[in-house]
Write a protein of this length. Structure first.
Length: 362
């Protein structure tokens, strides 16, 4: 598998070639895709659903842009991968907004909403009324269109059968997390701990908050989409890719997100997995350990340099966020992480700042 993947579709081998693809293909094509979904969201009959759909696109566009890295890694198949990744991430962001700012506290409602994500990655699944358990109903076909767009593109992936069980496992864990973390605040911690007790055999070396963070990332799913896009993948190869990303790369992704959101979540009363560390020093040490584990894991699959760039890019993307400068403890952790990082991390930090400053302002 390794030789075939390397020779047929070589991933970008250095940071400059990766960013060239991102600027030439990734960013503009993501925005074209999101323009289509934004236009559809604007026509939603229900005011609340319309508000949350538009807000998710406006404030979380960078999630799709980050995911597009996996599409541009296989240029010849990006016409499949990029619409698929954008549609899937848009479902995730839309449902996150709906549940975060929900008119409901019903876990069955959250479960049914997130069934759309499992259906999206299951090519023969029939969409249902995902809003059946809530008062808002009329989205003009928006969520079903996102689901069917994912399914249509998945059917074009040559090796999807090999990755399907691993994709469904990751998406199932993601859906579990979203249900537990969005219920009434007084219930969510015990629900998360009970869930972890059922699953800690998967990652016994991680703390419960780190396992939960690992389930909250879509990067493993995107990597499995990429792996299914024409490399002659079999079940053994699919399992290697799955294990290379879950739990450590996925955990790093979401823990960094929570690092920079600590003050925002504190003000909003939202759950933040970083709050469960004893001190900023402990948080820093655990994140550094997770970085090390993630680097080790990606050594086992083709395109190691590409996956290492993903890891460094994650650190740079989140630590270059303006929210870092507003939080003293986060600034300290950020400086320590950047000081220990390779030059690639600095390169990605400069690019992340440039994208935020110029591409979002113009």
């Amino acid at each position: 598998m390794n030789d075939m993947m390397q020779s047929r579709y070589p991933f970008p081998r250095n940071a400059i070639s990766l960013m060239q693809r991102v600027y030439k293909y990734g960013l503009p094509e993501v925005r074209q895709e999101l323009d289509v979904w934004r236009s559809m969201a604007e026509r939603m009959p229900d005011e609340e659903l319309r508000k949350q759909a538009l807000a998710s696109i406006a404030t979380k566009q960078f999630h799709c842009e980050g995911g597009a890295i996996y599409a541009v890694a296989n240029i010849s198949q990006r016409h499949i991968l990029l619409p698929l990744i954008v549609a899937f991430q848009t479902i995730s962001d839309y449902l996150d907004n709906l549940c975060d700012r929900s008119t409901s506290m019903d876990p069955d409602d959250f479960r049914l909403l997130h069934q759309s994500m499992l259906d999206a990655v299951t090519p023969d699944a029939q969409p249902v009324n995902y809003y059946r358990l809530r008062s808002e109903q009329e989205d003009g076909g928006y969520l079903e269109a996102l689901v069917t767009t994912c399914q249509q593109n998945i059917r074009k992936l040559p090796d999807y059968d090999a990755v399907l069980p691993y994709v469904r496992d990751l998406v199932g864990l993601y859906c579990d997390l979203q249900v537990h973390k969005h219920i009434a605040p007084e219930l969510r911690e015990s629900a998360l701990l009970n869930w972890w007790s059922e699953n800690k055999y998967r990652t016994p070396h991680l703390q419960w908050n780190e396992f939960a963070a690992a389930t909250g990332s879509t990067l493993g799913v995107f990597m499995l989409f990429l792996a299914a896009s024409g490399f002659g993948l079999d079940d053994t190869g699919a399992k290697q890719v799955y294990s290379a990303y879950f739990p450590h790369v996925c955990c790093l992704h979401i823990m960094l997100d929570y690092v920079i959101d600590q003050e925002e979540d504190r003000r909003g009363g939202d759950l933040n997995f970083c709050n469960y560390y004893d001190s900023p020093d402990t948080m820093y040490e655990r994140i550094e350990q997770i970085v090390d584990w993630a680097r080790r894991d990606v050594d086992s699959i083709p395109g190691t340099s590409f996956h290492r760039m993903i890891i460094e890019g994650l650190v740079a993307l989140y630590l270059s966020d303006p929210k870092v400068s507003e939080q003293q403890e986060v600034r300290t952790v950020s400086r320590r992480l950047m000081r220990k990082g390779p030059l690639t991390r600095v390169f990605f930090m400069v690019n992340s700042r440039w994208i935020r400053k110029y591409m979002y302002e113009h």
